[in-house]
Write a protein that binds this ligand. Sequence first.
Ligand SMILES: [Zn+2]
Length: 221
Amino acid sequence: MRKSFYPLLDLVYPKSCPGCHLPSISICDSCKSFWQQPPISITLRKSQVSDLLVVSVAQYRDEVRAVLLAYKEDGQREAGKVLREALLQARRGISNPSVCAFVPIPSNPKSVRRRGRDFMLDLCNQVAIQSGDQVLSIIKVNRDVQDQSKLSEKERSQNLVGAFDCTPKNLKLLAKFPIILVDDLLTTGATLREAQRALRQRGLIPIGAITAAHTARLVRN
Ligand SMILES: [Zn+2]
């Protein structure tokens, strides 16, 4: 569970900002501003043969991480609202006016059991209601994978090789739509590349990916 950095303040002011944990009835303006940036495009070069365009909004920092965790681990509504808006903003950055299919990046089944929900699927469904897109959750984790956050860039890629597969259900339906992969955070690109590989194995090529946040290291173009 997320721990507040300011436990005493939490006692005095039960409501705090999910980003900086300072007293606030909702997310504070300063933390909100990190999520209200114009979307940026990042190209994962020669990712699984072809490039993959990723559109993302918030640059990773402590306050952004705290909001991601507040929604991911605690399902906090305010945090969810910010992530939903960021993904909508990123979706607008992919210039495809037709109805697309969101394919959420799956969480490790153990995490889904612990949290009692698949937070990416929940987010995708919320965003799709507003964007008018479809959600087809067809990528599954087919073996045990370690927590990516504790691994180096090289280890992340190795950890995920062959980790995803597509369920046969809805594959034909998915082929009718332009596909957009959806994840919360872009770090090294290893997760999106593995998802792209799993789709390609079924003859499907995504037109791009959207993430709510990204680390600075991939922002070069
Ligand atoms: Zn704040």
